[in-house]
Design a protein around this ligand. Sequence first.
Ligand code: ADP
Ligand code: TRP
Length: 320
Amino acid sequence: MRILSGIQPSGKLHIGNYFGAIKQHIQLQQDNQAIYFIADYHALSTVQDPQALKENTLDVALDYLALGLDAEKTIFFKQSDVPQVTELAWILSTLTPMGLLERCHSYKDKIARGIFPNHAIFAYPVLMAADILIYQSELVPVGKDQKQHIEVTRDIALKFNNLYGDIFTLPKELMVEEHELIPGIDGQKMSKSYNNTIGIFEPEKSIKRKVMSMVTDSKTVAQPKDPQQSNLFTLYCLFANPKERETMERKFRVGGTGYGEVKKELYQKIIDYFAHHRERRQALTENPEYIENILTAGADKAGKIAAATLSRVKQAVGVA
Ligand code: ADP
Ligand code: TRP
């Protein structure tokens, strides 16, 4: 299967991103032709600080490679390095009804959060459709919030195919495991917009401070506790093996274990789990040229696929 996904370089990646998306991306590269790109043109619709955009882009590249992206197997590149996608976006926009975009939740949410409604934010799903269609992607792993954008992509592709001939593969979303949303340190969904994240590669001290400050109820050490109601337990389970989970669940139910002790165990688990990723990231940081080469080679491969699709599209619509 040809799998494609885009990652927005709009901030430091956190544990919610890891268990909600990155881990599956890494697993999927084993048995599929995976294409992953850093969606810098998408991020530009909200990040208008050139230094921050550059740094975030490099950070995502480092994070993914450190977390196990295999640059030999997987095509990994920066969206803006394959300019054909913006050409295709224009062509697709001629088939996109305004109403379709006006109904998009992510657009409405951004406006509701007070983000200035520029044209790129409005047209965002069209660029996303171009990303998906230009590589003839079959499966697109995304979180719930992006499902509607895949539906929009299918609508646009169908319209195009009906009008101009069967050029585009119709993609399907792959809802990465119906996992629970991973809670942040305040108990809400972990998200950079809520400022409640634990970064995968944050300094250990700061991870410790955050874990120790996680919100709990006010049960005393002696009191039995309900693991199902505890964010600490939810996070702990992500890092623990089944036996450790069972032991922790028992500790909660019988009482005698305070939240402070659980937090210390959770902190240690997080550090151990990402220890070798952290080492690998450090080594990669010292070799920026290597990263640059990977992204350039990726853009080269992606560019060939994109150019082939675009050439067919241009002929089909009558501009070539
Ligand atoms: P954020 O909410 O921090 O802005 P994004 O919206 O950029 O994160 O999400 C990037 C990916 O990570 C998406 O696939 C999303 O579904 C996943 N993700 C983000 N936060 C969580 C979470 N708390 N639990 C599970 N998955 C998450
Ligand atoms: N919109 C996606 C997000 O915010 C990122 C993205 C851009 C993407 N283009 C894509 C995801 C194409 C899948 C396919 O997470």
